[in-house]
Design a protein around this ligand. Sequence first.
Ligand SMILES: *Cc1c(COP(=O)(O)O)cnc(C)c1O
Length: 480
Amino acid sequence: MSTQKRKQSSNIHPALSPIVHPWIRTFIESVEFSELINEFGSPLNIHCLEPFLENQQEFEAVFKAQNVKHQIYFARKANKCKTLVEAAKKQKMGVDTASLQELKDCLDVGIDPATVVLTAAIKTEPMLTLAAKNGVTIILDNWDECMLLHQIAENLDLKPIVGFRIGGFSFRKETLSTRFGFGLEDAFGIMTRHLGAGNKFHRFHFTTLHFHLNGYSIPQRAAALIQTIRLSDRLKSNNISCQKIDIGGGILVNYLTDQEEWDLFYKELRSAILMKRDPVTFENDPLGMVKIENEIYGSMQVYPYFNTVHKGQFLKAILDSTFDANDTLAQALKKRNITLAIEPGRSLLDQVGITIARVVFRKKNQQQDWFIGLEMNRTQMKSSSADFLLDPIFIPTQAGRADAPCDAYLVGSYCLEQELILKRKIRLKTLPLPGDIFCFINTAGYMMHFYESQAHLFDLAKNIFVHRRHDGWHINADAY
Ligand SMILES: *Cc1c(COP(=O)(O)O)cnc(C)c1O
């Protein structure tokens, strides 16, 4: 009886079905992917701007419903394509830049510099000079940066627009520690002592308090925003006016259709790590959990791919949080006439991109596991998450093949034992053939670009943009 049970449970394959935007479904149905790969190479990143606009509209609807003055800055670092900057301009959205080239791209494209913010972690003299000359808001992170920017402003007779990045908020009796920005008291001290006529940083035109929190907690963001509003009140009593509070990014995205699948995957992974069933990940990778003497410690070090509160609802939950006995955060901001800025990267790119790759080989290893070799490497679909927990869509190139389900690992082109495209074992309706295609869903935010490297001198993947017109799909291959 008990062996039978164990045997049964070892047959459960925990699927993780991705949410698939309608553009992706119709595109898969109407376009021959192997032709695209013949033309552009494998892997290929395919983007569509429809969801980019929808996501922006979702955020705007939340702000408008509460009548909160707002500014959306698209966090460019989540995807390298300049076409997205052009789209941001067309959609009248600002951009958050994190390097000299990102900043140059915005100015090239002609985005109003008043809607560009520079939050780069390391700000060099050319970067600060370009931003200051163009009236881009510069988010100051540390004292040396203040000194350098002020010196540039003196030399060039400029009045740069600045914000201060703050951190070290209190949350449930603890401090949210960070390597970024100034502590709240330090920021208060520097601003009250050194801003304004006759003072050390007299050239700075201060407008903004900024923070960006690690992780995806709504209560932490609400707590940080409350403390930032209180800081702005104290500054006001010192005749320093804060026009804008920028709460950064980290707005959650939901990638998966089904909470039950998500819960089951976690359960089956734990049971595999405890050797109670066959592995669901390569070499029983615990995805960041630790097993010590048959106990599992810690949690999966992965993005929370399934979420019930995400995108617009996530923003709304922050705005609806309590400020004090009378006001929500939305009301507190309105009373003070403060603009609320956000810097979404991942969430604006939700459903914007897919990555397709071609099958090159199938083989079995000593444990009789199938390995499917893809013409791509693992940096071409990688984030800081321990695995990308979405099932890819398998697209056989010849129709009508008999179903013969099999489990397999996808491996890539770097010469490493651990070169897996996905650590998860995936279930396929039939064994792939060379030339078949795998399509990975929702890769535009970070996955396709953030860690892509050129080891072995492989080319970087090509990026194309597609859009539908009444006469079918149009491909813009000049996008980059
Ligand atoms: C990375 C980053 C963002 C974007 O974060 P997402 O999670 O992609 O929304 C915004 N602002 C700053 C300062 C960042 O470092």
